[in-house]
Design a binder for this molecule. Structure first.
Ligand code: TYD
Length: 141
């Protein structure tokens, strides 16, 4: 397993106020300074697969503040691991370069995404073969 995939891990955020309040702090609860958040929600996502890319700079934390979804990581040897997001205080941390796919969204799913970078389409690898080539090159360095 390469260093990027070795860094994938589930995170648990502290619950406060009898469990009805969740706090997420940059560099404390997630391993980066948070520069951008976005969320993926709505019935239109049911049955779709989102993501399907790797990022050269961005790291992410994804968690379902409502409903459920799944995140699949695929490495350059096509090994797949599936993570279920179904708790508002449990997220998955994805280091840069990790290929990810989000799917199995429930109708009520609200998937929160935190990241360390502003949006830059140029740092996305959207073709799986290109991703494999870049990963093999990184492995040779
Ligand atoms: P995309 O990365 O394909 O979304 P997902 O990973 O959820 O499948 O992005 C969808 C569109 O939204 C695409 O046109 C780029 C744009 N976008 C932004 O403008 N800002 C963002 O922060 C993100 C994630 C996407």
């Amino acid at each position: 397993m390469n260093e990027y995939y070795a860094g994938v891990k589930m995170l648990t955020f502290p619950k406060m106020n009898n469990g009805g309040f969740i706090e997420v702090e940059g560099l404390k609860d997630v391993p980066f300074e948070i520069k951008r958040i976005f969320y993926i929600f709505g019935k239109g996502n049911v049955g779709t697969v989102r993501g399907k890319h790797s990022n050269r700079k961005s790291e992410f934390v994804l968690y379902n503040i409502k409903g459920k979804s799944k995140v699949k990581t695929i490495d350059e040897d096509r090994n797949e691991v599936v993570y279920e997001l179904n708790e508002p205080n449990q997220g998955i941390y994805l280091p840069k370069m990790v290929w990810k796919e989000m799917y199995d969204f429930t109708e009520d799913s609200v998937l929160m995404v935190l990241t360390n970078e502003y949006y830059d389409s140029g740092e996305y690898i959207r073709n799986f073969d290109d991703f494999v080539t870049e990963m093999k090159k990184l492995g040779e360095k």
